[in-house]
Ligand binder design. Structure first.
Ligand code: COA
Ligand code: MG
Length: 309
């Protein structure tokens, strides 16, 4: 059964940093970082021989309360190995025990990959607040993105966010990594479109050359223009660029406030379309405006939270 209208999360997700779960120095650095989210990675950044150790260090990080003392607004996500891999089942149990905000499933090809994790979580009585994020990074994942996103609308579904895996897409398709991503872009746009059709957030893939700031900024701006909510990152030096590119534009915020104020006037109650400063504004713009205002408030809270810690 489908929900009539999913409520889209308005959490700031401008900058979401991958961190190999077994990297103690990177874990120690985390409290000082201004990223909106962190993905503790048990998958591709951890070598097969180091999986158990990484899982154990992650378990301790949460069990000892170090995760709980991270800045309040920083979302915590754990990327597990696929359930079909030798580590997936144990990763899922460990991740669920850590009580993160979300678990990120890699290499999602079809809705069944989400359903399998949902079912496994139900067996552990996982709290309803635990969300699922899905990596879209395979040819089949891109082709099925709409059906996968649609799974997020079924009753009790946990799916909340798509994460683009650009490196895997490049590897699996043979497309050349080029500045501006000319041949990758159509697939990225499919990811955004599928997410939007079903009320999910969508994050852009990583920029590997972490010393190339102008290149990163250009790619962040492209991602923003494509409609992504934020960018996944690999290095702390990339956070500021993503926060800037995916931050709230003051002009758009002022416009959103004007739209909300106009529709709040008694004479406009019940009207579907009004004129504002010589332009037509429809009630659908009010929904967008309210979402932007809400997100801006959360970003401000996130920034103030950083200053208070
Ligand atoms: N999260 C938190 N801290 C990080 C970090 C990350 N992703 N990447 C680097 N740092 C820390 C380093 O530990 C170092 O801190 P220290 O001086 O206290 O040791 C500092 O930032 C500077 O790091 P730097 O020396 O510039 O980089 P590096 O050579 O240590 O690491 C990478 C480079 C690419 C190996 C590392 O950034 C990394 O592992 N990134 C994540 C990769 C990943 O998760 N990939 C999977 C998804 S694509
Ligand atoms: Mg990948």
């Amino acid at each position: 059964m489908e929900h009539s209208q999913p409520s889209r999360p308005a959490r700031p997700r401008r900058s979401v940093l991958y961190l190999p779960a077994g990297n103690a120095r990177a874990l120690a650095k985390l409290p000082d970082l201004g990223c909106d989210g962190v993905i503790f990675d048990l998958e591709d950044s951890v070598a097969p021989g180091a999986k158990d150790e990484a899982r154990e260090s992650l378990r301790l990080f949460f069990a000892e309360g170090r995760a709980a003392s991270l800045p309040a607004g920083m979302e915590k996500i754990i990327r597990i190995n696929s359930l079909g891999s030798p580590w997936g089942a144990e990763d899922l149990l460990a991740a669920r025990g850590c009580r993160p905000d979300a678990i990120l499933i890699p290499k999602v090809d079809a809705p069944d990959d989400i359903v399998a994790v949902e079912d496994a979580l139900e067996q552990t009585d996982a709290p309803a607040s635990l969300r699922l994020w899905a990596m879209i990074e395979t040819p089949r994942g891109v082709m099925n993105a709409g059906r996968i996103a649609g799974q997020g609308r079924t009753d009790g579904a946990r799916l909340d966010c798509f994460v683009t895996g650009a490196n895997d897409l490049i590897k699996d398709t043979g497309v050349l990594p080029q500045p501006g991503r000319p041949f990758l872009s159509s697939w990225l746009m499919q990811i955004v479109l599928a997410a939007r059709a079903y009320g999910l957030d969508a994050l852009d893939g990583v920029y590997n050359d972490f010393k190339d700031e102008p290149g990163l900024l250009a790619e962040c701006r492209d991602g923003r223009a494509m409609g992504f909510d934020g960018k996944t990152l690999i290095h702390p030096g990339q956070i500021a660029a993503a926060n800037t590119a995916f931050g709230i534009d003051p002009d758009r915020l002022a416009e959103a406030r004007a739209i909300a104020a106009a529709f709040a006037l008694p004479e406009n109650a019940g009207r579907g379309v009004i004129s504002l400063d010589g332009r037509m504004v429809e009630r659908l713009h009010l929904g967008m405006a309210e979402r932007l205002i809400n997100k801006a408030a959360r970003i401000t809270a996130r920034i103030q939270g950083d200053q208070n810690t």
